[in-house]
Each structure stands twice: as C-alpha cells, then as structure tokens.
Design a binder for this molecule. Structure first.
Ligand code: PXP
Length: 250
C-alpha cells in the first residue's frame, strides 16, 4: 500500500495581507483552523528575520490553537533557535534566508554550511525532540550531507521545476522533475523522510504526488491566492483532491 501524502498549509501570506494594513485581520490562526477543517494535515509558518509576514506572537498563537502538527520554518540563527525551543513545534524546517529575497530562493547549503548547521540540528532534534527537516535542492550530495548532519527529514525544493512549468519550458521541466524523482528515490536509501514544496499549484502537486517516497507537501502562496477566488476551504479541498488523484499513479 502507498504511504499517505500529507498536506501542510503555509499561512504566511495571510499574515502578509494582514500586515499590509498593520491591524489584526486577516488572522493567520483563523486561516490555519479553517485549513485543518478543510483537510490540511498540518500548518507551516516561516518566522523570517525581518518579520515581514508571520510575527512572534503568531507562532505562539498557532502552537496554542491548532491540534495538528506545526512546522516552524526558520533560518539557522541563535534568535530563531531560542524561539523554536520556547514554542516547541512538532517540526522545524531549516531554510536559507536573505533579507533581499522575495521568497526562499534555493535550498540550504548543507555541504558548505555543515559545521554551522550541525549544532542547530543537534539542539532541536536530540535535545528538544523536534523533527528537523533540511530544505534542500534535489541533489544526492545535499541528501547525503543532511543524513550526515543527523536530520531525520529533507524537504526537496520544487521551485526550479515549478518555474520551468510556469514558463512552459518542457525540456527544463522534464530535467528538473527527473532530479526530484532521483532525489526522492535516494532519500529512502538514506533513511530520510522526504517532503517537498515551493511554488506548487494543483497541477504540479498532482504530478509530484506520483513520487511514492514523498510523504508531505508544504504549500502556501498558490493556496492563499486561490482562496481569493474560491475561498480557503475550497482551495484546500481541491488541493487535497489533486494530491489524492496524483497518488493513485505512484
Ligand atoms: N516549503 C518551504 C521550506 C518554504 O520556504 C516555502 C515558502 O515559504 C514553502 C514550502 C511554500 O512555498 P509556496 O508558498 O511557494 O507554496
């Protein structure tokens, strides 16, 4: 039987809209509760260094309000480590972060940054019992380094593949999908739980759901954008259906 494919809904951009006016609405916690009711298996939020969307109290409120796993995306900094150890989410996904980027561009440099990342993986994973995931490019070297760091989970960056699909560059899309397929297959041999995310929409989520080693997709921007037109609950339900449909072909 095929492993279940979980949907983690990223609520960052509900906070983006809220912050545009500086008030309390729309509330990312309300969005998280609604997403769970509609079928999300977990909630993801990225507390960025510049607090451009999710704020510290959002993380606290999310942890208190939701009954499903909270995935805390964070840069490997002392400040974020302190916050994560205080909030104690189910999982922490370590991501690269540059102030000038519009979103997380590219995966974590797990090879060059090995010595810097090691104490974060140890502290979060071994001491605090938080599931640590490394957000990496779909390369075997990055997976091997993640396994050597002792991280139990990797999240494959699907951005390059999704960009190629959006630009209708079928050659590049096929090449990027093959990298994802090989990386997902290799994760099993390295005993890494495999997740994927970034830039996914209904069609790309349906396609990647066919890779049997992937057990979780984390999706935000498209779902929140689609919610403007069809509502958040319907957006999540349609995503769930697309993933289930794709999984039949795994
Ligand atoms: N996974 C990770 C690690 C991310 O950094 C992001 C973006 O915050 C996502 C998934 C979701 O990407 P998107 O918002 O493009 O669906």
């Amino acid at each position: 039987m095929q492993a279940a494919l979980r949907l983690g809904v990223n609520v960052d951009h509900v906070a983006t809209v809220r912050n545009a006016r500086g008030g309390a609405v729309p509330d990312p916690v309300r969005a998280a509760l609604l997403a769970i009711e509609a079928g999300a298996d977990g909630i993801t939020a990225h507390l960025r260094e510049d607090r451009r969307h999710i704020r510290d109290d959002d993380m606290t409120r999310l942890k208190a309000a939701i009954a499903k796993p909270l995935n805390f995306e964070m840069a490997a900094t002392e400040q974020m480590l302190d916050i994560a150890l205080r909030i104690k989410p189910h999982a922490c996904c370590l991501v690269p972060e540059r102030r000038t980027e519009r979103t997380t561009e590219g995966g974590l440099d797990v090879i060059g940054g090995f010595e810097h990342l090691k104490p974060f993986v140890d502290e979060l994973g071994r001491r605090a019992d938080i599931r640590v995931s490394m957000f990496v490019e779909p390369s075997i070297e990055a997976l091997e380094a993640s396994a050597a760091l002792g991280a139990p989970v990797v999240e494959l960056h699907t951005g390059a593949w999704c960009d190629a699909l959006a630009h209708r560059d079928s050659e590049k899309a096929a090449h990027e999908f093959e990298r994802l397929r090989k990386a997902a297959a290799a994760s099993a041999g390295l005993k890494l739980e495999c997740h994927a995310g970034h830039g996914l929409d209904f069609d790309s989520a349906r396609m990647i759901a066919a890779l049997p080693e992937i057990v979780e997709l984390n999706i935000g921007h498209f779902l929140i954008g689609e919610a403007i037109f069809i509502g958040l609950a319907e957006s999540v339900r349609k995503m769930r259906a697309a993933m289930d449909e794709g999984r039949k072909h795994a």
